[in-house]
Ligand binder design. Structure first.
Ligand SMILES: Cc1cc2nc3c(=O)[nH]c(=O)nc-3n(C[C@H](O)[C@H](O)[C@H](O)COP(=O)(O)OP(=O)(O)OC[C@H]3O[C@@H](n4cnc5c(N)ncnc54)[C@H](O)[C@@H]3O)c2cc1C
Length: 501
């Protein structure tokens, strides 16, 4: 089984960009080349701005390339939950803003002839026992005049209640981003890969972005990094970082269900879809979430997902397994806009698992911000908003959880003997000379020794046994076994530690 997303197996190998080697000056520097960053670049270049995209790794291979590739106008947390916090007007505005972004994606596929298996599909929501989730959703849909249909007799999953929304869509998200980036690269749009931004300095008239080999000077900077980097405490305390898993499988029969399927089982949600390219067919299932760095055994989450698929489909083999991260905002709305009033730094985060459409919407709103043009949705998603009444319950819950993690000592090994007891492929956190160390033994027996303190806010990192990474339970930063940042708010790598034996 491949450890990596299905989309990676269909990556366009011809798409690659150089690393930035010398200083440059542009109008807008965009940090991050996922759907938010590349769409922002597109819209700004179309308006005549000179843009640079600085991507730490490869274009599209962050969360965008780990998503399910479903496009829809409702939200993962459901409209009924949104309605319970706000009113019908807000629900309508969320839908209409998402529809605008959805149409932008559709238009891009058509205008740039992007070969990404884009297809209109219905979205099915169903529950196996009557928890009234679907009933509530139907009520809200009726109130805001969102067309939906009852499920037909032929619906392939056992259900108690369900509904169908037509004219939603699916695509291969990585091929979409690679195709869009390919259509943009040119004089006014420079794209760089393997170019990690390590620090951002805002001066009075410009912003300086520091990368390992160059400095980029810009009039505006967009943080399109999924979550803002650094100690942006106002965001990290209102966002809950969650990780979930995806598996792809080949089925024994050739009966791959067509559509987007969101199934609710005992309050667990699984998202299911099929994907075909050439003669290859796959079934994908995504779900089994947990807070980042807080799973006792990540592998158990993957097994849960596989068991779910095997109990409902005739699986020939599982072909891919991967994990992906999302940031859930306490008040259910993403943060899109200026970092602070009058700041030249713009942020886009808190997309939950709806960020292919929200990322595109963020690009539309942020392009207007750069131009100082009014956007009808800017107030709804205002990044500097403070919404204590709407965020309250969830805010308290997320932060109590973070405080708990800050002070919880999960260290379980403590002396030199334990250094040699770790088996190849295994990891542990120990205390030595008063310091918390994260140890990992590679398959060849080489020991990697790092400080176990996250470089964002010094929480103790936890081992992720599926993805072989050190994950921070507080705000979701993740590090590879050499200490390098994979994702999350941390800018800097875990410190390497030398031990004298
Ligand atoms: C399992 C899963 C399934 C999902 N399915 C769906 C779905 O079906 N539909 C949907 O709408 N949404 C879905 N989502 C959500 C969606 O994938 C994300 O919200 C969206 O892709 C975020 O896009 P982005 O461009 O903001 O971030 P990313 O795609 O993560 O891009 C950010 C980029 O920034 C780069 N970066 C980070 N730090 C730096 C730095 N310091 N310097 C330079 N570059 C940096 C990263 O390498 C990365 O490439 C899903 C999410 C998950 C986890």
């Amino acid at each position: 089984m491949v450890q990596g997303s299905l989309w990676n197996s269909y990556s366009n190998k011809n798409v690659s960009y150089p690393a930035l080697k010398g200083d440059i000056a542009v109008d807008v520097a965009i940090i991050g080349g996922g759907i938010t960053g590349i769409t922002s670049a597109q819209l700004l270049v179309e308006r005549g701005y000179k843009v640079a995209v600085l991507e730490a790794k490869s274009i599209g291979k962050g969360t965008t390339g780990h998503s399910t590739g479903n496009l829809y106008v409702i939200i993962d947390e459901l409209l009924s939950k949104l309605k319970s916090k706000y009113d019908g007007k807000v629900v309508e505005r969320v839908i209409s803003s998402r529809l605008e972004a959805f149409k932008k994606i559709e238009q891009n596929v058509k205008n740039f002839q992007i070969d990404c298996d884009y297809k209109k599909q219905p979205l099915f929501l169903f529950e196996d026992a009557n928890t009234f989730k679907i009933l509530e959703e139907k009520k809200v849909a009726k109130e805001i005049d969102l067309a939906f249909f009852e499920l037909s007799e032929a619906f392939p999953f056992i259900h108690d209640d369900g509904m169908r929304l037509d004219d939603q869509a699916q695509f291969n998200p990585l091929l979409y981003i690679q195709g869009l980036a390919g259509a943009l690269d040119g004089e006014n749009c420079q794209i760089y890969e393997e170019t990690c931004v390590r620090a951002v300095e805002e001066e009075e008239n410009r912003i300086l972005l520091h990368t390992p080999e160059a400095i980029v000077s810009a009039k505006h900077a967009i943080h399109a990094t999924h979550t803002p980097k650094g100690l942006e405490i106002q965001y990290h305390t209102t966002l809950g970082p969650y990780r979930e898993y995806g598996v792809a499988a080949r089925l024994k029969s050739n009966e791959y269900p067509e559509g987007i399927f969101w199934g609710y089982y005992d309050n667990k949600k699984y998202s299911i879809r099929s994907y075909s390219r050439g003669n290859d067919n796959f079934l994908l299932a995504v779900g089994s979430p947990h807070k980042v760095g807080q799973a006792k055994d990540n592998q158990a989450h993957v097994e849960d997902l596989k068991n779910f698929v095997e109990s409902r489909f005739n699986v020939a083999e599982f072909t891919h397994v991967w994990g992906g991260q999302n940031y859930k905002p306490a008040d259910l709305l993403p943060y899109i806009g200026r970092k602070k009033t009058n700041s030249r730094e713009l942020v886009a985060t808190g997309f939950s698992t709806d960020g292919l459409v929200y990322g595109t919407l963020a690009a539309i709103i942020l392009a207007d911000k750069v131009e100082d043009k009014f956007n009808p949705y800017e107030d709804l998603y205002e990044a500097s908003r403070h919404n204590p009444a709407k965020a309250a319950g969830k805010f308290i819950k997320e932060n109590a959880n973070v405080a708990g993690e800050l002070f919880k000592d999960l260290t379980f090994k403590g002396d030199d003997k334990d250094l040699v007891e770790i088996l190849p492929g295994e990891a542990a956190v120990i205390v030595r000379d008063g310091k918390k160390l994260a140890l990992y033994k590679e398959n060849d027996g080489k020991l990697s020794i790092l400080s176990a303190l996250c470089t964002h806010m010094a929480c103790e990192v936890h081992w992720n046994n599926v993805e072989k990474s050190w994950d921070c339970p507080c705000h979701g930063s993740r590090f590879d076994t050499s200490g390098e940042v994979i994702e999350g708010p941390a800018f800097n790598a875990l410190k390497k530690i030398e031990i004298n034996k």
